[in-house]
Design a protein around this ligand. Structure first.
Ligand SMILES: NC(=O)C1=CN([C@@H]2O[C@H](COP(=O)(O)OP(=O)(O)OC[C@H]3O[C@@H](n4cnc5c(N)ncnc54)[C@H](O)[C@@H]3O)[C@@H](O)[C@H]2O)[C@@H](O)CC1
Length: 450
């Protein structure tokens, strides 16, 4: 507990303009999470901060922590101070179940309205967030920073929990030797993605680097074709083939692409990306059927997912031996799975991956990639700026290129999401974002990995 408190106090000190003379309010619950807050408060009080602790369950406060705070000059208060420089949320940690209950919930509402604007540091987990799933079932703390101990908890990284956690910082408390088994999920960083990203060697030619086929767009939605091809061109494959009724528009935007009108005429490819703007008519149905019948990896998006709900398509999907990636947003997920992802997005993605025997990329602020055998990755680079029409088309093309270049489907999916997020952030730094801007920022984003 002392190592946790020391790490927490260090982070609080970094957040304050200066420790001496600053005012810190600890929100203290009944368990060890409150104990961590109290011991950290004692450390700050010893450095000259004015630390007060609001006990939400005074009968069950951590006795050692409360004594340490008093000894260091901190005080226990019943009233919410008028102004503070920092709020520390030590109400509930991994022992919390469900949203905050009364009377804690009312006290937190009081604190939030009185101290609007003061930064909030959550201890281990923002109170009210389910540490395992990220579900927020009722009232929960909104933290600017969450200082978590020993290991990252899934609930800080996915779903509503990720939004409540703010910036997540891990403090090593020496649990390493005791953490056995596989992690619940993987959080890739730029080094992981760089290590996976295929790069051309001296002996490569355009075919050996992989050829990606793009079956997207239609007369009605030619832009989807142009955008998905733009995504594919930023990837590592050596050649992009386009097959669809937007071939003229694709040629005029991307002269290096070889295009045909129909999938069966496209020639050999090592992976297909299919669905964005494809439509759901008979022609689209036939194109998807050809893609599913090809013995190469495929990424299926948008209209392809709508078509997959058809029982015959589901059979063809089941008959495939090559890897398949599906990339639903919540609405498409609902159609495929028969229900919304709900609060536990990780479990929902794994369940659908098992059912479809496919890699599932569940889009969101924290995109999740799940494999049929239960491995899960979370993308840390997401940004709200990507919530605009056409960005999914760009992602599908990039993912297709990574599949064609030979990356295992799960790595291709998470690497594409990672770089797509980086490109979205770069585009957002310049102003309001369009999908074409995201596509234009993909190549600098790839370069930034190395
Ligand atoms: N387990 C470990 O190895 C370590 C744990 N540490 C701290 O200990 C914390 C866990 O401590 P505890 O197990 O005592 O649990 P908590 O401090 O998270 O919660 C304790 C109690 O809160 C009450 N409670 C649960 N849900 C509630 C709700 N929705 N509304 C109101 N009250 C509710 C219950 O009575 C529960 O027993 C961690 O999050 C972390 O801060 C750290 O000191 C480092 C080491």
């Amino acid at each position: 507990m002392q190592r946790a408190a020391a790490g927490l106090a260090r982070r609080c000190a970094e957040t304050l303009p200066r420790v001496y003379g600053s005012r810190v309010l600890l929100l203290v619950g009944p368990g060890n999470n409150g104990g961590d807050a109290l011991y950290a408060g004692a450390r700050l009080a010893r450095r000259g901060a004015g630390v007060s602790a609001l006990l939400l369950d005074p009968e069950r406060v951590h006795q050692g922590g409360a004594a340490a705070l008093r000894q260091a000059g901190g005080v226990v208060t019943r009233d919410v101070p008028r102004a503070v420089d920092l709020v520390v949320d030590g109400i509930l940690g991994i022992g919390g179940r469900g949203g905050l209950r009364e009377p804690a919930a009312s006290r937190v509402a009081e604190v939030s309205s009185a101290l609007r604007g003061a930064p909030v540091i959550a201890v281990d987990v923002p109170s009210g967030v389910d540490a395992d799933t990220g579900a927020v079932a009722g009232m929960a703390i909104h933290a600017d920073i969450t200082v978590t101990f020993g290991a990252l908890k899934p609930g800080l990284l996915v779903g509503a929990g990720a939004v409540h956690s703010g910036l997540v910082e891990l403090v090593d408390i020496g649990l390493g030797p005791y953490l056995d088994g596989d992690p619940a999920l993987y959080l890739p960083d730029a080094d992981d993605v760089a290590a996976w990203w295929p790069r051309p060697s001296a002996n490569d030619n355009k075919y050996s680097r992989g050829v990606v086929g793009i079956a997207t767009g239609s007369d009605r939605y030619p832009g989807a074709a142009v955008l998905s091809v733009a995504g594919a061109l930023a990837g590592p494959a050596g050649l992009v083939r386009y097959a669809g009724s937007a071939a003229d528009q694709v040629r005029s935007h991307h002269p290096t692409v070889i295009s045909t009108d129909r999938v069966p005429d496209a020639g050999r490819v090592q992976a297909w990306a299919c669905g964005s703007g494809l439509g759901t008519d008979e022609r689209s149905y036939a194109e998807l059927r050809t893609v599913l019948g090809a013995p190469v990896p495929a990424i299926l998006d948008a209209d392809a997912l709508t078509l997959l709900v058809d029982a015959r398509m589901a059979d063809w999907l089941r008959d495939r031996d090559a890897p398949t990636v599906v990339t639903p947003h919540d609405g498409e997920f609902q159609r495929l799975a028969g229900g919304a992802p709900g609060d536990d997005r990780v479990a929902a993605a794994v369940h659908l991956a098992e059912r479809m025997d496919s890699v599932v990329l569940l889009k969101g602020d924290r995109t999740i990639v799940a494999t049929p055998d239960g491995r899960v990755y979370v993308n840390p680079t997401g940004t709200g700026a990507l919530a605009t029409g056409g960005t999914g088309d760009v992602l599908a093309g990039l993912l297709g290129s990574l599949l064609a270049a030979g990356l295992p489907a799960e790595h291709a999916a998470i690497a594409a999401a990672f770089v797509h997020g980086l490109a979205g952030r770069r585009a957002a730094a310049e102003g309001p974002v369009t999908a074409a801007d995201v596509a234009a920022h993909l190549r600098p984003a790839v370069r930034s990995l190395f």
